[in-house]
Ligand binder design. Sequence first.
Ligand code: ATP
Length: 328
Amino acid sequence: MNSATNAVPKPLTFALLRLLADGEFHSGEEMAVQLEMSRASVHNALQDVAQFGVMLHSVRGRGYRLSHPLCWLDKEIILAEVGATLNIEILDYATSSNALLLQAASRGAFSGSVLAVEWQSAGRGRLGRTWHAGLGDALTFSVLWRFECGLAALSGLSLAVGVAMMRALRELGVQDAGLKWPNDVMLPSGKLAGILLEAQGDMLGPSAVVIGIGLNLAAPADAARIGQAAGDLSACGIALDQRNKVLSILLKHLESMLREFAVRGFTALRKEWESAHIYDHRPVEMLMPDGKRIEGIALGVTDEGALRVETADGLREFHSGEVSLRGR
Ligand code: ATP
C-alpha cells in the first residue's frame, strides 16, 4: 500500500493484475498472449506493483503469482444490492476519490453519485493528512449528496456518517466497532475507517457535500507509515472477497441516513451517535491547533455535532474544525 506517492500506474499494469487476481501462477508468456503484448512489456508493467501495496512473487519457470488473491469491485453486484438510485462509477486509479468527485460536483454531477477507486495515490484525511490503502485491502470511495439547505445546517453531517457506518457494520455482524469524535470508526485494535467531508455551496443553500470514506478490510501493509493503530474487518471474520458486499451495505445505509438527515438533521441521530462514542463519559484530551491540550470528561455532543467536555474551567463545546480528540 502506498498512498501519497507520485506514482501513476502504467496503463497495462491493472490489466495484468486482473489476470493475476486469482492468486495462481501465470507465466509471462501466457499473459503476453492474452493481452497481445510482448513478454518484456509484461515484465516492465509488473516492475512497480509494490507501490500499490500488492506483493508479487516471480518464480523462474512458473511465472508470476500474487501473495493473495485480489477481489475487484463489481458495479453489477453493488447495484443489485443498493438499487439504481445511486449512480456508481468504479475507477482503477485516482489521486483521491474525494478530489475527483468534487470536480464532478462542480460540473453538475447528480446527487447520489458514487465514485469508488481501487487504488488512490493521494487519499485524503482531515487537515491535509493522508489516508493509506493498498490495492484490494480496503474500500476507498466517495458519495456526492446535494442538499436544499445551506452549509450552516450541515454541521452534524460528518457525525451522522459515522452513525450510518455503525448501522452497516452491525448488519455485517461486527459488534465491537465504535465511533471516536468527530468521525473515526474504531475497533478495539485501532482505527477501522476514516471519514472526510468536503462541501461546496453557500451558507444559506443549496449545498453539495462529498463524503469520502476509507475502510480497512485487511491490515494495512505499511502500518508503520500510518502513525496510529489500525483495525480491519478481516479480524472480524469478514474476508477480503466480501469487498462488494461490504461496500453495498455501507452505501445502502449511507443513502438512507442522508435521506433521513435531509429531513430531520443530526438531532434525530444524536443519541445513536452518543451511544456509539468510545469515549462517552471517559477522560479525554483535546489537542488544540496552537498545541495546547485541554483535559476533561467527554459528555456527548450538541445538535450541531460539537463535543461537550467537562473541563476544569467548566463545560466547554469543541467544534471539529482543527481540534483532535484523544483518550487519556
Ligand atoms: P482526528 O482524531 O483529528 O480525526 P486522525 O489522525 O484520525 O485524527 P483523520 O484525518 O481522520 O485523522 O485521518 C487521517 C489519519 O488516519 C492519518 O494521519 C493516519 O494517522 C490515519 N490513517 C491513515 N491511513 C489509515 C489506515 N489505512 N488505517 C487506519 N488509520 C489510517
